[in-house]
Design a protein around this ligand. Structure first.
Ligand code: ZN
Length: 355
């Protein structure tokens, strides 16, 4: 239980603290719909975020072309994806032709099934194997379960809080949160993991017709990182990269990560020429400095964890003792000794495999 609470509170906090910091210089175009907020990073290049009225959990990128639209990531449930599809006409009347999955995680890919038949879903070969069951049942894995199973408890807590609240304004806010979480709980039960039908292993380039020419869209895998199949979507002309969860403004989840290989994969990301990067969670970012910070954190974490592993300390105990507070300046969510036990368990698995 402690593990779950740790991750959910940290994860939520981090999203809340980063979502309001915009780093765009020029005044970007913003479009609000009943469910989404879209910010235009470059002409026809949008970062979409749920506004809280539907539980979406992750960002999407929307590329609007002359004839069609490409969407990157599908949110956390079919319900969230349908809300996104309903919101898109506020940006464009061009139909969705492609959906790209940055990686297989539930909060980025469990909306896949809501996209209309006939559109192509593109992802890394590993993403396909995770979502079609070849590489295990994602609905039975720690990542999905540790985030999804507490939702019923959240609903029960909100029910109790709303019933006990006497202030009408606070009560209606609680009731709205309750409505969203109840809908989320129902939506989770509808999920049928839906894999990409077009895959890549290293690189794929698409061209989308835009006003006055075509937009080059590079799908790039720089090696294992946040998962075994992270894809960065890079627009060389617009100088924009969508990084998924391989690179976030704060600390990413590491429960399926390859912490040992991740820093090298980030070198590939750094080698790209971009002015903005759009993360899987959080606001549009400019500076590449956070990439250095994450690399330093991951390298240290791998060394620290290896030390505990060789001393024979269990992963559960190591998770309580690993001290990464020397990185708290770069990652404010590190406020005390100890790290997410799911990350340590994962690193112990990788270390076991090396023996
Ligand atoms: Zn992820």
């Amino acid at each position: 239980m402690r593990q779950t609470q740790w991750s959910l509170t940290r994860f939520t906090l981090f999203i809340l603290t980063t979502v309001f910091i915009s780093t765009l210089n020029a005044q970007p175009r913003v479009i609000n719909t009943p469910t989404h907020r879209f910010v235009e990073a470059q002409d026809g290049v949008w970062l979409g975020t749920g506004n809280g009225s539907v539980y979406t959990m992750s960002n999407v990128m929307v590329l609007v072309g002359q004839n069609d639209t490409l969407v990157v990531d599908s949110h956390v449930t079919p319900t969230a994806a349908r809300a996104l599809l309903d919101a898109l006409p506020a940006l464009t009347d061009k139909p969705v032709r492609y959906l790209v999955n940055s990686h297989y995680h539930f909060d980025h890919a469990h909306g896949n099934q809501a996209f209309p038949a006939g559109i192509e879903i593109i992802g890394h070969e590993y993403t396909r194997q995770k979502l079609n069951g070849e590489a295990g049942d994602v609905l039975e894995e720690t990542t999905f379960r540790s985030f999804s199973e507490p939702v019923a408890l959240t609903v029960a807590n909100l029910e109790r809080l709303a019933a006990a609240e006497t202030n009408s304004e606070r009560r209606s806010r609680l009731q709205e949160r309750l409505r969203v979480q109840r809908e989320y709980l129902v939506a989770i039960a509808e999920v049928q993991p839906t894999p990409p039908n077009i895959t890549l292993t290293d690189k794929m380039t698409l061209f989308q017709s835009v006003d006055g020419g075509s937009r080059e869209i590079q799908l790039l895998h720089f090696g294992r990182a946040h998962t075994g199949g992270d894809v960065v979507v890079f627009l060389p002309e617009e100088k924009v990269a969508f990084t998924g969860d391989m690179m976030l403004p704060g600390l990413p989840y590491m429960g399926d990560g390859h912490v040992d290989e991740w820093p090298d994969s980030l070198e590939g990301l750094k080698s790209l020429e971009f002015d903005y990067w759009l993360p899987g969670h959080g606001p549009i970012m400019e500076s590449k400095e956070p990439i250095d910070k994450l690399q330093a954190f991951l390298r240290d974490l791998w060394l620290e964890t290896g030390r505990f592993y060789r001393e024979g300390v269990s992963w559960g105990e190591a998770a309580l003792q690993i001290d990464m507070t020397n990185h708290s300046a770069g990652f404010p969510q590190i406020s005390e000794v100890g790290i997410d036990p799911r990350a340590v368990r994962r690193m112990y698995q990788l270390l076991d495999q090396r023996r």
